[in-house]
Design a protein around this ligand. Structure first.
Ligand SMILES: [Zn+2]
Length: 211
């Protein structure tokens, strides 16, 4: 292969196969964008229907080119994370999980449940298919301190994380990163990058080994 050919970024199916579906790649950058206030909420200058989710929240943009460049294991692709939550795709292999979907929470996430067990618990980690549970427990740094595997019978998208903006007399002002519930008065002022699922009813399949 010539040097010229090597310099051309191209998808590498072999590597793509071992990188989790929701992982962002170095080629998947945020393109330049402009924000405005339109109809009393944050909006893109050149907005399209794809820029908002079903609740009308504006989403951060990211190029879509999985397999091109280097995997950024610490970064999640905004759209694939959202699709995995909404369509119950396995966060590792991307397969539709359907009724087999399980949820793997870190011990920390599980302890942050909204009250005593078995209270609802919020997670930004999309589901897993049963085949990917063991691999995920081994590979995901956030699960190293112990984990819990759940099967949920009732759950719904409940919150979004991202950047909050404020309308000021001088124009739009960027505030801070935050997590807010759908329906929150601040929701029209968020540029979201992750959705959180609230697991409302679930059974615990396995507590993981505590480190
Ligand atoms: Zn899987």
């Amino acid at each position: 292969m010539s040097a010229r050919q090597q310099s051309v970024p191209a998808a590498n199916p072999a590597r793509w196969g071992v990188v989790p579906y929701i992982t962002a790649w170095s080629s998947e950058v945020t393109p330049p964008y402009g924000l405005v206030i339109r109809n009393g909420r944050l909006a893109y200058v050149d907005e399209s229907p794809y820029d908002r989710d079903q609740a009308g929240v504006l989403w951060a943009r990211m190029r879509i080119s999985p397999g091109v460049g280097r995997p950024q294991f610490k970064n999640v692709h905004y759209l694939r994370q959202r699709l995995a939550m909404r369509k119950l795709l396995c966060q590792v292999c991307g397969t539709p999980c359907g009724k087999d979907a399980v949820w793997m929470l870190s011990a920390q996430e599980y302890q942050n449940a909204e009250g005593p067990w078995p209270a609802p618990v919020l997670t930004a980690h999309p589901p897993l298919c049963p085949n990917c549970v063991e691999r995920s427990a081994r590979m995901c740094p956030h699960l190293k301190g112990g984990h819990v595997v759940l099967r949920a019978s009732r759950f719904a998208p409940a919150a979004v994380s991202g950047m909050l903006y404020e309308a000021t007399p001088a124009g739009l002002k960027q505030l801070e990163r935050a997590t807010i519930e759908y329906g929150d008065p601040w929701a029209p002022w968020m540029r979201a990058s992750q959705v959180h699922m609230r697991l409302e009813e679930y059974t615990v399949l396995a507590p993981g080994p505590l480190a």
